[in-house]
Ligand binder design. Sequence first.
Ligand code: VGL
Ligand code: ZN
Length: 198
Amino acid sequence: MTVRINPESDALILIDPQNCFMPGGALPVPGGDEIFDVINPLTKKFDLVVASADWHPPNHSSFKEYGGPWPPHCVQNTEGANFSPKLDQSNVGMVIRKAYRRETDQYTCFDEITRLGDMLKARGIKRVFIGGVATEYCVHDSVIGALRDGLEVFVILDAIRGIEVNPGDIEKALNDMKEHGAKLIYSRDIEGTLGYEN
Ligand code: VGL
Ligand code: ZN
C-alpha cells in the first residue's frame, strides 16, 4: 500500500515527544527515542505538523502520591516536559498542551477541551497521520478521538512506541485502533509529494 500526501488536507500529529517519555526519563517508553529517525524526515512532507504535550501541574491527580497510576512526569515548565532535543521542531507549526487540569487526566489531544478536530477540519484537514508515545495511552486515545471527530486516521507503526505495563497491552491497543477504523501503515508506505524530498 502506498499513501500519497496531500499537504492541503493531510496533517502529521506527533503525540507527546517529550523528555519524560524517553529512555532515562521519569516515565520512560522503551525505544521512545527511536521514533525520531522516522518522524523528523516525515515532518518535511506535511505543511501542517502538530505536536501534543502532556502538561501536568505538580500535584496532578494521575501522579502516585495523589492516588494515580504514574510517577510524576511532564510537570509544567520543567525540562522533562520539554520536547526531546532529538525532535526536529523546525516544521512543527502547532503545539497542543493537554492534561493541565489537576482533577482529570487527558490522554487524547482530540476532545472537547482542545477541540483539535474542529480546528483541523476548519483548515480543510481530512486525514491525520499519527506518531509518538505511548501506543496504549496517548496515541491510542488520540487516534480514537480523531476518528470520532470524523477524520481519517493513519497510525505510523514505526513512529510509535508503547510502555507495555502488562504483556499484550500494545497489541491490544493496535487491534482496538484498527477495529475503530484506523489504518495501520509504515512510514515507507508514505510517498513524497511535489515540492518535497522523499
Ligand atoms: C502518557 C501515561 C501518562 C502518554 C501520558 O503520553 O501516553 N502516558 N501520561
Ligand atoms: Zn501524563
